[in-house]
Design a protein around this ligand. Structure first.
Ligand SMILES: NC(=O)C1=CN([C@@H]2O[C@H](COP(=O)(O)OP(=O)(O)OC[C@H]3O[C@@H](n4cnc5c(N)ncnc54)[C@H](OP(=O)(O)O)[C@@H]3O)[C@@H](O)[C@H]2O)C=CC1
Ligand SMILES: Nc1nc(=O)c2c([nH]1)NC[C@@H]1CN(c3ccc(C(=O)N[C@@H](CCC(=O)O)C(=O)O)cc3)C=[N+]21
Length: 294
């Protein structure tokens, strides 16, 4: 069997067109574009690239982007003061603080300081709780993007066996909650899990979010399963730097029905889900019904 490629880049582009329309409607109705504030502390090159691409995408879709680049020695107080200003700023619908923060800063306290209605990353404990309770809130971008790809590939997920490898607050846990809400039977695996290969082999849906290059081997995958690879690791191969996922793509493609590539799979969906959440937050803030976009 050769798997179908799940083209996250193409799906994200289509979603982007609908978000741009929604964004234009919002601006006409309210006289103001949806605003996204992105906060970066320090000069980590990978984070700088992500922050720039988020700002560029927001502008491309007709949103306003406010980029706050802060020095690496920024204090907790200064960062909290900025968050307080952004919370109070009517032009800002969404706030994202790029993680990880420098070690001297307390990320959880920073995330908790963000107004939950502006928490477009879905990381605030209130939004995590809404998701677990089945209430409307804001959903973490990467899991939301993975769910969009799964539903566009498989349709109804009811009754399927799913495994999520990884249990972070950013990806694994919200992913497991979303799959449960779609009526999957969900296994969550992590670094203490025993017999990972055997557990992966039972699943109709595999979501890998570990950050370990190609650790999930193709022959673990149940024939006909659907594989979503969130992991991104930079490796040197044949003298050149390459980005690879948590799944050994070449061998997994021989077992799976459908699989996301890295790059071009989940990554573009993460950024587009952020735009989706910003538009949603803007409509809710204005007390207007948000268009359904996917
Ligand atoms: N493409 C995209 O848009 C995005 C990609 N990413 C990428 O996804 C990956 C995961 O990100 P994130 O969740 O933030 O990472 P974390 O490091 O926060 O979490 C990793 C998880 O993997 C688990 N784990 C570690 N080793 C193993 C193992 N050998 N077997 C099973 N589970 C293991 C950990 O278990 P334990 O809890 O026991 O420590 C932990 O729950 C990274 O590569 C990251 O770069 C992340 C966000 C967006
Ligand atoms: N508060 C916060 N929210 C995040 O969502 C968040 C974060 N912090 N910190 C870091 C991780 C990582 N992350 C990625 C986003 C896009 C790509 C992406 O677009 N990747 C491209 C490739 C890009 C390349 O070539 O480097 C792709 O997979 O096609 C990857 C990874 C978001 N994260």
């Amino acid at each position: 069997m050769t798997a179908t490629l799940i083209d996250g880049k193409a799906y994200a582009a289509g979603l982007g067109d609908r978000i741009a329309e929604g964004s234009a409607d919002f601006s006409t109705e309210t006289g103001r574009a949806p605003g996204l504030a992105v906060v970066l502390v320090g000069t980590d090159p990978a984070s700088e690239v992500y922050v720039r691409s988020k700002g560029r995408m927001a502008r491309k879709l007709g949103m306003e982007s406010f980029e706050h680049l802060m020095p690496v020695d920024t204090t907790q107080e200064a960062l909290l003061a900025l968050i307080a200003r952004l919370n109070a700023d009517d032009a800002v619908a969404g706030i994202l603080v790029q993680l990880p923060l420098p070690r001297h800063l307390d990320s959880l306290a920073v995330v908790e300081a963000i107004d939950p209605a502006k928490d477009v990353d879905g990381l605030h404990p209130l939004n995590a709780g809404y998701l677990a309770s089945g209430l409307p809130g804001l959903i973490s971008c990467t899991p939301l993007g993975c769910l969009m790809l799964l539903k566009s590939t498989l349709g109804d997920l009811s009754g399927m066996d799913a495994i999520v490898v990884g249990r972070s607050i950013l990806v694994g846990k919200p992913m497991a909650q979303l799959l449960l809400a779609e009526n999957c039977s969900v296994t969550v695996a992590h670094s203490r899990t025993r017999d990972l290969a055997q557990k992966v082999g039972q699943a109709d849906i595999v979501v890998a979010a570990v950050g370990a290059a190609e650790m999930i081997r193709g022959d673990w995958i149940r024939p006909g399963a659907t594989v979503i690879d969130v992991g991104t690791s930079r490796v040197i191969r044949d003298g050149a730097q390459r980005l690879v996922g948590d799944v050994d793509f070449a061998s997994a493609s021989e077992h799976a029905r459908a699989i996301t590539p890295v790059p071009g799979g989940v990554g573009p969906m993460t950024i587009m889900s952020l735009m989706h959440n910003t538009l949603l937050a803007a409509f809710r803030r204005a007390g207007r019904p948000a268009p359904s976009l996917w």
